[in-house]
Design a protein around this ligand. Structure first.
Ligand SMILES: [Zn+2]
Length: 323
């Protein structure tokens, strides 16, 4: 029998799955991502969940023929490692991945991707049409994209293609992004920045009547979406978010000409009618080329780990012709 391993290394959890020759998931395991002391502890957690997923599937790790990894970044693709991950403590400088996993599984076929590229591979693989031209956009703590065009998953020389959350959408730079620059899409619309943006909009006119707890240190994106429909100011904030989101997606469409755009990430998954539907409604006003299908991801929270397995099965591509 042929078996494949998929790993999702996130800032919160490490997950691994084992799939059989048909891609059916037959073993899973999950742990919290270690916060230190060093990157080696994270590497060990990746190896540990992979062993557990193999146990769960009733196979030996060496029975896997290949593996895919979808990981937080930034990546050092040449070294097969994560380098100074932004969302883990500073003591974690380097997380070796492909080398140690190759040793555990006794295979050279280990494909490393950033999480959005794993996402687009999963979307491509599981999409009915197995499209050559597809973009996956995550609207989560941050905003990013995985891009597959003309059948190629785009990574860039250093693996940083698809950082679309840092495209400038607001030339006036009303908001400053976490990266330090002004007017970036993510500075307005990511889960982390939505409450900051709502607060800044409120500060423009503090006399506005709203139930949003804008001054509460725990004020979050969840509050904004929960008050939708009952609170005029919350509706105004969401309308602004939709405006920037549609602009960001329109820019991505003009750059890449995808036939389908899948949108995922916690903000979109929890609020599809307030996040994804308005993009679809507004995009026609903003795009001069063919309008792609715009869909909520059908892979939910599993998009990265399913993409990692799909990568293992298709030589890092998501192309079902390569099965
Ligand atoms: Zn930025």
């Amino acid at each position: 029998m042929t078996y494949y391993v998929g790993v999702d290394l996130g800032a919160t959890n490490v997950r691994a799955v084992v799939a059989d020759a048909e891609g059916r998931i037959i073993g899973t395991a999950k742990r919290g991502t270690p916060r230190g002391p060093t990157g080696i502890a994270v590497t060990e957690a990746v190896l540990g969940v992979t062993r557990e997923a193999c146990d769960d599937a009733g196979i030996d790790p060496e029975d896997a023929v290949s593996a895919g990894i979808g990981s937080i970044g930034p990546l050092d693709l040449a070294e097969g490692a994560v380098e100074n991950p932004a969302n883990l403590p500073d003591t974690i400088d380097r997380i070796p991945l492909t080398g140690p996993l190759s040793v555990l599984l006794d295979t050279d076929r280990v494909y490393l991707h950033n999480d959005t590229n794993a996402g687009v591979i999963g979307e491509r693989f599981h999409s009915e049409r197995n499209p050559d031209d597809v973009v996956y956009i995550t609207v989560s703590t941050g905003i990013g994209a995985g891009v597959c065009i003309d059948g190629h998953v785009v990574s860039g020389w250093d693996g940083n293609a698809g950082e679309v959350g840092h495209m400038t959408v607001d030339p006036h730079g009303f908001m400053t992004c976490g990266c330090g620059h002004d007017g970036h899409w993510e500075a307005y619309c990511s889960g982390k920045n939505i409450p900051r943006y709502a607060y800044e909009l409120y500060e423009e006119d503090p006399t506005v009547d709203t139930d949003l707890p804008v001054d509460d240190p725990d004020f979050s994106a969840v509050d904004v979406f929960q008050h939708a429909g009952d609170d005029e100011f919350a509706d105004y904030v969401i309308d602004q978010l939709c405006h920037w989101n549609a602009m960001g997606v329109a820019n991505v469409i003009h750059a890449y000409a995808p036939i389908v755009v899948y949108i995922g990430g916690a903000v979109a998954l929890r609020n599809p009618t307030q996040v994804v539907d308005p993009i679809r409604e507004r995009i026609e006003e903003m795009v001069m080329v063919n309008i792609p299908d715009i869909q909520l991801t059908s892979l939910g929270d599993d998009v990265v780990v399913k993409g990692a397995v799909a990568s293992a099965m298709t030589g890092g591509t998501g192309d079902r012709a390569r099965l």
